[in-house]
Design a binder for this molecule. Structure first.
Ligand code: TMP
Ligand code: ZN
Length: 405
């Protein structure tokens, strides 16, 4: 039996997505055939701790294998997310404005996050990110960055050099760190006495409500709930003082933690906890709903192939690795996936080896159908690709269920 990474309690598995590769391990086209044994696979399954409630992968991949120098994901690829981070930066800067020479640290800043906006506003800041190339791009946008994993060691180094931080902010990173205790230990070392850590990550409540099984990927070691984060924070010497639902990446929560007793606990924490208790009952039927989506999606793709329709993928997301590998969707059903990230183009998708092409390939000529893997960016992408639909093209969605729009 798997033991909880937070409290060592028993973890009850609720979904098994089978043999999966590293979700960002795109590879050169020839390499997959020449060295099939070199591709790393693991069993992707999630469970929830019977004691503290924390949902987590039962077989997590070491962080060093994921967040290395050449980590290909780039936050800045989405205009909507760039706006989200600029807005967040302005709000956080306003919250610390009254402090003398405020200092804000972003953990996992990728190629910028909130830092370029802070830099332009003249707020003292530092990004900490282990992915060297992404961090260098953040520096190119005017941010100060340290290439490192965030934890007690790097936090102590930053504190010695810069003094205490008023705020530690992190988006889509805290849930990626198997050693969650090290994140809180780092925050404890770095934060001023009344400092706060604000982090936003996928919310299990939204994943269950939307059957968004592709949010389960190697990087998402934890699938947070308010109840589990509140308990974990307490265990690590912090108090959960606020939660805020975010309508980005298909449903996230922004958590704010501080040292106990320093801030009033917002009513949103209690309210969300109450609603959450009911929502978690959906864990029971989740695996069956996921299988249903898989069967419908594969049946649709096979039917379209028989009819001689062209279908391509849109967005070589990390999430799409879960979908294609779990459903067995390869180049025979989907000849290519287009993606705007230069570091992914020209390579093939992990495990399923579907070629990744630049967005220009999408219109050359338009396919009959596009399978929208980047469904969390649907509004932005559909607006950008209006001409596709105008030319008779149709989008295939699979969250919360399979439908053609
Ligand atoms: P994400 O869902 O993890 O944010 O990944 C989104 C992927 O989709 C990323 O590889 C960039 C790609 N993408 C496009 O190709 N075109 C777009 O318009 C957007 C917003 C993202
Ligand atoms: Zn536990």
């Amino acid at each position: 039996m798997t033991r909880c990474r937070i409290c060592l309690g028993p973890v009850r598995e609720f979904v098994d997505l089978g043999r999966q590769p590293r979700s960002d391990a795109f590879l050169p086209p020839g390499e997959a055939d020449a060295h099939p044994e070199a591709e790393f696979f693991f069993r992707l399954a999630a469970g929830a701790c019977a004691d503290c409630g924390m949902a987590q992968l039962t077989e997590p991949v070491p962080a060093e294998a994921m967040f290395h120098r050449d980590y290909p994901y780039r936050t800045s690829q989405s205009a909507r997310m760039s706006e989200h981070f600029a807005r967040t930066a302005r709000r956080l800067a306003a919250e610390v404005r009254d402090r003398p020479d405020p200092f804000v640290v972003e953990v996992g800043c990728n190629d910028g996050g909130i830092l370029p906006t802070l830099a332009r506003a003249g707020v003292r800041h530092l990004g900490v990110d282990p992915s060297g190339r992404a961090a260098a791009e953040a520096a190119g946008r005017g941010a100060r960055v340290l290439t490192a994993f965030f934890g007690p060691e790097s936090a102590a180094e930053v504190r010695a050099a810069e003094g205490p931080a008023d705020l530690v902010y992190s988006a889509n990173t805290v849930s990626h760190v198997p050693d969650l205790a090290s994140v809180f230990a780092g925050a404890d070392l770095l934060l001023a006495r009344d400092g706060r850590m604000v982090f936003e990550d996928p919310y299990l409540g939204d994943i269950l409500a939307r059957t968004a099984f592709d949010q389960i990927i190697d990087e998402h070691v934890y699938l947070f709930t308010v109840g589990a984060v509140r308990q974990a924070a307490r265990r690590y010497g912090f108090e959960l003082v606020d939660v805020e639902p975010l309508d980005v990446h298909g449903g996230q929560l922004r958590f704010t933690v501080a040292r106990p007793g320093r801030y009033r606990v917002s009513s949103a924490v209690k309210r969300t906890l109450r609603v959450e208790g009911l929502g978690l009952a959906a864990l029971d039927g989740f695996a069956a709903r996921v299988e249903h989506v898989r069967d419908e999606l594969v049946a649709l793709l096979r039917t379209l192939r028989e009819q001689g329709r062209r279908v391509v993928g849109y967005g070589a997301t990390a999430k799409s690795a879960t979908v294609t590998n779990y459903c067995g969707i390869g180049p025979d059903l989907l000849p290519f996936v287009c993606d705007s990230t230069p570091a992914k183009q020209g390579l093939v998708t992990p495990g399923t080896h579907i070629p990744v092409r630049p967005p220009a390939a999408f219109a050359d000529p338009y396919p009959d159908f596009a399978l929208l893997f980047a469904w969390n960016h649907a509004e932005e992408i559909m607006a950008k690709e209006r001409a596709f639909r105008a030319a008779g093209g149709r989008w295939i969605r699979y969250v919360p269920g399979v439908r053609v729009v």
